[in-house]
Design a protein. Structure first.
Lengths: 227, 227
DNA sequence: ACAAAAGTGTTAATCTTACACCCATGT
DNA sequence: ACATGGGTGTAAGATTAACACTTTTGT
C-alpha cells in the first residue's frame, strides 16, 4: 500500500492539580524548537510502535516524572494545519487529574522546567495549547457535575470543606454547605474516618475517604452521580 | 526537524439514520485491500494539507454522496497498533446523524456499495470498526438524553409519536406518552405546524417542527436539555 | 470570652411519576 | 359501529432549595 501522507502524530496532556484551594495546570518550558522558552503542555511525538496511551504515559514520566490519577482522551486537534509551524502535526490531547501536586516535579532528569501554574495566572502558551486548555476546562467543569472526579484531585483523606471548596472554585458558584453534605453523604460512596484535621483554627473537622468500590457497585446497579 | 515516525492518519465516520422506526448505520463495502469484500465505516486517509474535518466531509461525499446533519468528533482509535494489518494507522472517528436516509446513496460514482444496515442486523465489520460502532452507540444513547439530537434524525416536520418512538427505540425503554409530551412541549423549542399526517389509520396527528434558534437562545440563557 | 470553622433539620416549592379515558379519522 | 392511533389532566410522591443556630476547638 502506498499512502502519500506526511503527518506527524503527537500526544499532549493537560494535567490539573488542586492545592490550597486553587486549581493548577502543569506546564513545561520548551527547551528547543520554534517555541523555545514558551510554556507548553506535557507532550511529544508518538513512536511508530507505541500505543497512544503508552505514549502519553511515557511523556508524563519523562517530562515531569509523574504518574497521574485519572487520564482520558480529550480531543484530537488536527483542523489547524499550521498549529505547528514546522510541519503538519495532529495532537491527540489527554485530560489528566493528579491528587497531590507536591509530587516532586524535579524527580526526573528532563523535568527541570516543569511547573504548576494557577489557572488565573497562566502564561502565554505554545502552539494551540491555549485552545486545548479551554476545551479541557470545559470538560473538567462538565465532568465534575456528573462523575465523581473531584476525588481524583484531593488527597486520599480529605475534609468535607475541601470537597465543597473544590466544587465551588471550579464550578464558580456558591454551594450550600448543608445541602451539599446531605447530597454527597446520601450517595453512600464516601465514608468517615476516625481522624480529624489538625492545625487549623475552629472546630476540628472529620476526615473522609472516597470508596471507589462502593461507587463502582452503585454504577453497576444503575446509579447516576449528579451534583 | 527530524521526527522518526511512520504513522498514517485516517478518519472514519459512523453515520446513523432512522427510518420506519428503526435505527440504521451506513456501511461501505471494501473494494480493495486486506478487508476486500467486508463492510466498513465510511473513511479514508487524511491528506497532508487537509484538516480532519475537511477529510471526513470529503469521504462522506466521495464514498456515499451524502451531507450529514450533525457531525462531531467521537474518539481517536490508536491504541491497537495492529488495527490495520498493513501498517500503523490511527483513526480519528466521527459521529454523524442524517435526517433522511432516502438520500440517494448511489448518487456518487464511488458509492455503488454503500448501504444502510439495521443495527440489529449488522454484518461483521472490517478493522476495529465494531469497536467504533460500540463507542458510537454509547455516545448516541448518552447524548440523546442531554442534547436535542433526536431532531437531527427526523425529517424537518415530524409527528410526536415518531419522536417518542425514536427515544424509546434508541434508549430501549418505555416512555409515557403524556409525560413525554408535557416535558418536550414545556421546553418551548418545538412548535406546531398547521399540517397533519396523512395516510395512516386513526386520528390524524399534528406535525411539529424543531426551532433551533429558540433552542440556542435557551442554551445561551442557561437552559439544559434533559430527558 | 471570643474568634473561627464544623456540624446539623425543617419546611415550602418544584419536579417527577403513575395512570385511563375520550377524540378524530378510515373502513 | 368498530378499529386505530392521537390527544389530554390530576394527584401522590420524591427531590431540591432556602435558610440560622449550636458545637468544638485554640487563643
Amino acid at each position: 500500500m502506498n499512502v502519500e501522507q506526511n503527518i506527524k502524530v503527537a500526544v499532549d496532556a493537560i494535567v490539573f492539580g488542586y492545592t490550597e484551594g486553587k486549581l493548577h495546570v502543569l506546564l513545561i518550558k520548551q527547551k528547543y524548537g520554534p517555541m523555545r522558552g514558551r510554556w507548553a503542555l506535557v507532550g511529544g511525538f508518538v513512536k511508530t510502535s507505541e500505543s497512544l496511551i503508552d505514549a502519553i504515559h511515557r511523556e508524563l514520566k519523562e517530562e515531569a516524572g509523574i504518574v497521574v490519577n485519572f487520564l482520558e482522551q480529550l480531543y484530537t486537534f488536527g483542523d489547524d494545519i499550521k498549529r505547528d509551524p514546522r510541519m503538519r502535526v495532529i495532537s491527540v490531547a489527554y485530560f489528566a487529574l493528579i491528587k497531590n501536586e507536591s509530587v516532586d516535579l524535579k524527580a526526573d532528569t528532563d523535568a527541570e522546567d516543569a511547573r504548576w501554574f494557577n489557572i488565573d495566572e497562566l502564561p502565554q502558551l505554545a502552539y494551540d495549547h491555549q485552545k486545548i486548555y479551554e476545551v479541557a476546562m470545559n470538560r473538567l467543569r462538565a465532568k465534575l457535575t456528573y462523575q465523581p472526579i473531584g476525588f481524583d484531585l484531593l488527597p486520599k483523606e480529605f475534609l468535607f470543606s475541601d470537597l465543597e471548596n473544590l466544587y465551588s472554585t471550579i464550578l464558580d458558584r456558591e454551594i450550600d454547605r448543608r445541602n451539599f453534605r446531605k447530597k454527597i453523604l446520601g450517595f453512600e460512596m464516601i465514608e468517615e474516618t476516625d481522624k480529624f484535621a489538625e492545625g487549623k483554627p475552629g472546630r476540628p473537622a472529620k476526615l473522609f475517604r472516597f470508596n471507589r468500590q462502593k461507587y463502582n457497585r452503585l454504577v453497576r446497579d444503575g446509579f447516576h452521580f449528579e451534583i
